[in-house]
Design a protein around this ligand. Structure first.
Ligand code: SF4
Length: 153
C-alpha cells in the first residue's frame, strides 16, 4: 500500500466519504440502550429548567439522574422511563424540549463514535433510519460539530 493510500485509509470516515443524513423524526435515537446516556451540562440544566419554568432543584429531581461514579457537579444525565424512553419524548414521539435540547441530542449523529469509522457509521444506521438518506452533509459542518463537542468535554 502506498503512503498516500495509508494516509487516506487513516483519515476519518467523514473526510474521505460523503455522508448523507436526513432525520425522519422516528424517535429511535431517544430510546436508551445499554450504556447510552444523554449528558447535560450546567448551562443546559439552567436552559431546560427555565424553558419548563422549574427551579434547578425541582428540575433535577424530576427529570435528571446522576451517574453514581461521577463527581458532584458532573455526571447528570436525562432520566429515562421504565421502558427506556427519554423522559422528554412525548406520546407523539416528538421531543418536548426540542428548542432547548442538550448539545448531545442536537449534534446527533455527528459524534466521534459514529462518524470516524465506517463500521460505526454502518452500525448506527441500524438504529437511525435517517443515516444514508437525504443530502450529503458538508465535511465542514461535521468538523465544526466535532470540535464543539471536544470543547464541551
Ligand atoms: S433515529 Fe435518526 S431518523 Fe430517527 S429521530 Fe433520531 S436522528 Fe431522526
Amino acid at each position: 500500500m502506498s503512503k498516500r493510500s495509508i494516509e487516506k485509509f487513516n483519515e476519518p470516515l467523514y473526510q474521505r466519504e460523503a455522508l448523507r443524513f436526513e432525520c425522519t423524526g422516528c424517535g429511535a435515537c431517544c430510546v436508551a440502550s445499554g450504556d447510552y446516556y444523554v449528558y447535560v451540562t450546567k448551562n443546559e440544566i439552567e436552559k431546560i429548567g427555565d424553558f419548563l419554568g422549574l427551579s434547578r432543584a425541582w428540575f433535577k429531581r424530576r427529570y435528571l439522574q446522576r451517574l453514581p461514579d461521577e463527581g458532584p457537579e458532573e455526571g447528570w444525565v436525562l432520566a429515562v422511563s421504565d421502558d427506556d424512553l427519554c423522559v422528554f419524548l412525548g406520546k407523539d414521539r416528538r421531543c418536548s424540549v426540542y428548542s432547548v435540547r442538550p448539545a448531545q441530542c442536537s449534534s446527533y449523529p455527528y459524534w466521534p463514535e459514529v462518524v470516524l469509522r465506517k463500521s460505526d457509521w454502518l452500525r448506527e444506521s441500524r438504529r437511525c433510519e435517517g443515516i444514508g438518506r437525504g443530502k450529503i452533509v458538508s465535511k465542514k459542518m461535521i468538523a465544526a460539530l466535532l470540535e464543539k463537542q471536544a470543547d464541551n468535554d
